[in-house]
Design a protein around this ligand. Structure first.
Ligand code: 0A1
Ligand code: ZN
Length: 850
């Protein structure tokens, strides 16, 4: 039987809704399987509307009754909603519907997590709560009454009153339905407060399940820092009397910026030294800031339609990155972000799922919460800031907030603000929003008579639906060093606008060494013929820390590529450079840890693919092992001293400086474990009083297949802590040798604590499987098969998480014919599943169409 062709939505088809929504009143009568939702909504027809169809979205709702101005009506139930004949003057719509939160495993709309009611409405979940024009350009004030016997019942805005069995809330700020939230359950709060710059007191709360109270302090401190930072840097103040954060265990994403009531995946807010690693603390800090910053970039100014998603997400990611850079280390944050961009966005941009930061068509919008929309969206803003300069950037942002407060906007509105504030024409720059694909920039150079010339040629490979691309504006930050290591030209931003363009530098005494794309000033792939000697020179002398790391990273890649392709030995000069750097106590430990962290095996596969080779995952794995073993041997005599020197004494604190030291210490421990049979790691495991060191020791031991005792001890100690158990599940798969990876994951799916319905647990297992490059791509195909089987099983419960995890297959065309046919078989099997969700169907179809 042929499947129905799924509906595709297009940016070009945008039409405004024909009615204003003047107010929304909702009453919830909570019951796990039979919650009643009563809505009373005041609509006013827009006099100049071209389309006056009264269509309300609604999915999985049982309509009990509907009224227009108090009179019972029988609307026409249509696919995905209802239609009704309505008056041409303002009117009141009332509906009563019944929904089943306990049966909602998709975690979209109103659902139950760990006996608590909670909601997730972005992007289109509100339509699973009641009939409504569920689109972000329809904004209204919401008044909410919750009836039930839960001790704590919360919604957006300010509390209006509460009594035995009820609570009322009112949000004075007009908002789209995707920002609606409700939470009810047996919760306890970690309180705090903040005084805004204009002297308003704001009550702050982090709400958690009893037992988690001890994990809120860091989140609360971070929230206050975020509030202060947004005032100091952007002049933006909080606008309600109350700000609530709630932690829930079952959540499809990281967190959600609902107005005044942010809902967080518990993994993104709960933190304690005993249960969270430094990396967890840093991520929690970033996500709390991110959600808080959405209050202005997303909530006060929202998106006209979902094609504009990067308007709020790119900007908010950019702002949270600025925050992290200010709280921690700017270069380290930049390096971390570029590593993530290359690991997550580049495969997307250079494969079957490539789409522009502002897509022009989708079937399921949930599939577009991507690294391209978020991370590349933020890169585009970084480029804009670099091109116009800091002062102009902040001037434009002030204008954005003044001009568009309370509106639902587009990328055009955003760019117009920059044009008006700076007088710059941004029509070519706008291509970054509409073109997919990562530009390649080929660099060549020439030197004669004191004049140095750099020539850039840009091109972007074809992506689905976009065979040809016009040249873009690329800000290329460049500095020049003299052969003795002095900087002879400080950083300057060259603006590339043509397919081919040259820039000259006069008055140079000798041929300089260029430092190109400083701070990674544009999300491009640089192609330049150079030598390892020059890379080593830049690793030693570049004044731009990003490019120093980049030079080391390039050396690491070159040596690993040569090992894979020619069976070469690890490059001795590179090993020497690493040794020198590791021992150099003048250098920031966090930076040293980064230089000492090898490029991932997936990154080597990507590099080989970019150079026209077919990556062999097993060879890449073997080269990584040989390289690390050789490095450990080279450093052998210094490792014990380095280990001691980087051990952080005293009580644990998650600050950047001690975290950097622990990161370096962890790298040293993993090298040491290759030589000492795990003695030091076992000692560290036994004495660790914080998760960072406990987990680093366990990881080092398990990688060496010497961690059985500790793994059992870890389980015994932490089996009641869901978040720590996620680590335990993931680590076993991440550390497994390639031939054992799939079997390890398969066995863990049979573990009593494996829970298909909990996205964190599912991701712990299958994210780790897909992330173990050689294990997932093992020639047996067992990894592919296991993932496909479990995605099929998950799809009927949770389409959103299933669809997102299909991206594990997006790089399939890189590999050899054997692996390709194994993957194709699994993708076809998923695609052929009876009753497959729209979410997953769209993803597998796009991946298969490659
Ligand atoms: N807007 C949130 C992310 C988010 C998106 C979708 C969700 O459910 C489908 C949940 C959260 C953010 O950027 O943090
Ligand atoms: Zn966001």
């Amino acid at each position: 039987m042929a499947k129905d062709t799924p509906q595709t939505f297009y940016l070009k088809d945008y039409t405004p809704f024909g009615y204003d929504v003047e107010s929304v009143h909702l009453t919830f009568r909570l019951a796990p399987e039979t919650t009643r939702v009563l809505s009373k909504i005041r609509f006013a027809p827009k006099p100049d509307a071209a389309d006056k169809t009264f269509f309300l979205h609604g999915e999985e709702l049982k309509l009990i009754s509907a009224k227009l101005d108090g009179q019972e009506v029988t609307p026409e139930l249509a696919d995905g909603g209802l239609k009704c004949e309505v008056p041409s003057a303002p009117f009141t719509w009332e509906a009563e519907v019944e929904i089943n939160p306990a049966g909602n495993t998709a975690l979209e709309g109103l659902y139950m997590s760990n006996r608590m009611y909670c909601t997730q409405c972005e992007a289109e979940g509100f339509r699973k709560i009641t009939y409504y024009p569920d689109r972000p350009d329809v904004m209204s004030t919401f008044t909410v009454r919750i009836e039930g016997d839960e001790p704590v019942m919360l919604s957006n805005g300010n509390p209006m009153g509460q009594g035995e069995g009820w609570a009322e809330w009112h949000d004075p700020w007009p908002k789209p339905a995707y920002l609606f939230a409700l939470v009810a359950g047996d919760l306890v709060n970690h309180p705090g407060s903040f005084t805004t710059k204009s002297g308003k007191e704001v009550e702050l709360n982090i709400w958690v399940r009893p037992g988690d109270e001890g994990k809120c302090a860091f989140g609360m401190e971070t929230l206050k820092k975020s509030m202060k930072w947004d005032e100091d840097v952007y002049g933006l103040e909080y606008d309600l009397e109350l700000f609530n954060i709630v932690a829930v265990d079952d959540f499809n994403m990281g967190a959600m910026e609902n107005k005044g009531l942010n809902i967080f995946n518990s993994s993104c807010v709960l933190a304690s030294p005993e249960t969270s690693t430094d990396a967890n603390f840093e991520r929690i800090e970033a996500i709390i800031a991110h959600e808080y910053f959405h209050n202005w970039t997303g909530n006060r100014i929202t998106c006209r339609d979902w094609f504009q998603l990067c308007l709020k997400e790119g900007l908010t990611v950019f702002r949270d990155a600025q925050f992290t850079a200010d709280m921690r280390s700017e270069p380290v944050k930049r390096i971390d972000d570029v590593i993530t961009l290359r690991a997550r966005q580049f495969p997307e941009d250079n494969g079957p799922l490539a789409h522009p930061p502002r897509p022009e068509a989708f079937q399921e919008i949930n599939n577009f919460y991507t690294a391209t929309v978020y991370e590349k969206g933020a890169e585009v803003i970084g480029m804009l800031k670099r091109l116009v300069g800091d002062d102009n950037y902040y001037k434009a942002l002030q204008l954005y907030f003044e001009r568009h407060d309370g509106q639902a906007c587009t990328i055009e509105d955003w760019l117009k603000v920059f044009e008006d504030a700076t007088g710059r024409d941004l029509s070519q720059f706008k291509l970054w929003y509409s073109q997919a694909g990562t530009p390649r920039v080929k660099v060549s150079e020439d030197y004669a008579d004191g004049t140095y010339t750099l020539t850039f040629e840009q091109s972007t490979p074809p992506t689905p639906g976009q065979p040809d691309k016009a040249p873009r504006v690329i800000p290329m930050a460049v500095g020049l060093l003299s052969p003795n290591g002095d900087e002879v030209r400080g950083t300057q931003v060259l603006e590339l606008t043509d397919a081919k363009q040259s820039f000259t530098f006069d008055g140079l005494a000798s041929k300089p060494v260029p430092s190109i794309l400083r701070e990674f000033s544009a999300p491009v792939i640089l192609e330049r013929e150079t030598t390892n000697a020059e890379r080593a020179f830049l690793l030693a002398h570049d004044t731009d820390p990003f490019n120093r790391w980049e030079a080391g990273n390039a050396l690491a890649k070159e040596t690993r590529v040569a090992m894979v392709l020619d069976g070469a030995a690890p490059d001795a000069a590179y090993l020497d450079a690493l040794e020198k750097l590791v021992r150099d106590d003048e250098q920031d430990p966090a930076f040293r840890a980064l230089v000492l962290s090898p490029p991932s095996q997936a990154d080597i596969a990507q590099t080989l693919h970019e150079r026209g080779y077919t990556p062999d995952p097993q060879k890449i794995y073997d080269a990584a092992e040989t390289f690390t073993q050789t490095l450990a041997q080279q450093l052998e005599t210094s490792l014990p001293r380095l280990y001691a020197a980087t051990t952080v004494e005293g009580p644990y604190a998650p600050d950047a400086e001690s975290a950097g030291k622990r990161a370096l210490n962890g790298r040293i421990l993993s090298l040491l474990t290759r030589l000492d049979g795990g003695e030091q790691a076992a000692r560290q495991y036994a004495s660790a009083d914080n998760m960072t060191q406990q987990y680093a020791a366990l990881g080092a031991l398990m990688k060496a297949e010497k961690g059985e005792v500790q793994s059992q001890a870890f389980f015994d100690q932490w089996q009641d802590d869901r978040l720590v158990m996620d680590k335990w599940f993931a680590l076993q798969i991440a550390c497994a040798a390639p031939e054992k990876t799939a079997a390890t994951a398969a066995a863990l799916t049979k573990h009593p604590l494996f829970d298909m319905k909990n996205p964190n647990r599912f991701r712990a297992v299958f994210g780790a499987l897909a992330g173990n490059h050689a294990g997932f791509h093992h020639a047996s195909g067992e990894g592919y098969q296991l993932l496909a089987e479990n995605l099929i099983a998950l799809d009927s419960l949770n389409p959103q998480t299933t669809a997102r995890m299909c991206a594990a297959f997006q790089t399939w065309k890189r590999y050899d014919a054997g692996r390709q046919s194994l993957i194709r078989a699994q993708l076809s099997r998923i695609a052929g599943t009876e009753g497959l969700s729209r979410d997953t169907n769209e993803m597998v179809t796009r991946i298969l169409d490659a």
